[in-house]
Design a protein around this ligand. Structure first.
Ligand code: ZN
Length: 242
């Protein structure tokens, strides 16, 4: 990777070139959630050709960078104090930290509040309790969704094994031996987004790659998937923030 930049109006937009062995003809430009611009280029592509390609799409790049930065500005590091917002299945709740001298009760949702009893009241203690609560909820909810979907998908004979794994840039994956892996942060997303990720991974049990047949299958069994993916992409920084 090497950093370089284009000029658009009075702005300098830096970008990082990533040589991608799988590409053969054109470059692909994408803007990461924090506003970083990445250009995937085929091996041996001249720097001037890459720069020209980015310059040609400068207006698109600038508008995506601005969107990303505006969204990212709202994402502050969590403090795990009362009044902070927590998200679960696409709904917002208010964190309520309840100091206690007794043995703390389990974390629970009550009305619009997520109540966390703590003896130490430190951010670390509250954070670890909230994270543990999310994992339990994620395991239960995902297992239910996978079981349900498995029954209606003709290529699945029995419910595949699944596990939780925190991943940086992925909501889910499917291993070669048929294990479904889901990101516990996904349980914060709206139900239709979870549905999409589950369907996506279950479709990989039939087609392991992202070829045209894979997307056709998804279109049949999850016709709204594009919309759900869009919602999920727009929320990525909020959902992964902890
Ligand atoms: Zn996939």
């Amino acid at each position: 990777m090497s950093e370089t930049a284009i000029i658009y109006g009075d702005q300098r937009i830096p970008y990082v070139v990533n040589v991608d062995d799988k590409r053969t003809t054109r470059v692909a430009i994408h803007v990461e959630p924090d506003g970083k611009v990445i250009v995937d280029a085929p091996p041996g592509f001249a720097a001037e050709a890459i720069q020209a390609a980015v310059q040609k799409r400068a207006r698109w790049v600038v508008s995506h960078v601005e969107d990303a930065k505006a969204r990212f500005a709202h994402v502050r590091p969590r403090e795990y104090v009362s009044g902070e917002q927590v998200i679960y299945l696409g709904r917002r709740y208010v964190l309520k930290v309840l100091p206690t001298l007794e043995k703390p009760r389990a974390v629970r949702l009550r009305g619009n509040r997520l109540e966390v009893e703590t003896r130490s009241s430190t951010a670390e203690d509250v954070r670890s309790k909230v994270r543990a609560w999310y994992r339990v909820k994620a395991r239960d909810y995902f297992a239910k969704r996978i079981a349900e979907a498995s029954q209606s998908l003709p290529w699945i004979v029995e419910m595949p094994p699944f596990r939780l794994l925190e991943m940086n840039k992925q909501w889910g994956s499917c291993s070669a031996d048929g294990q479904v892996i889901l990101n516990p942060h996904l349980v914060k997303a709206p139900r239709e987004c979870i549905e999409y990720v589950v369907m996506h991974e279950l479709a990989h049990l039939k087609y392991h790659d992202h070829g045209p047949e894979f997307w056709q299958l998804l279109d049949v069994y999850s016709p709204q998937w594009r919309q759900s993916k869009g919602v999920l992409d727009a929320m990525v920084e909020v959902l992964a923030n902890d």
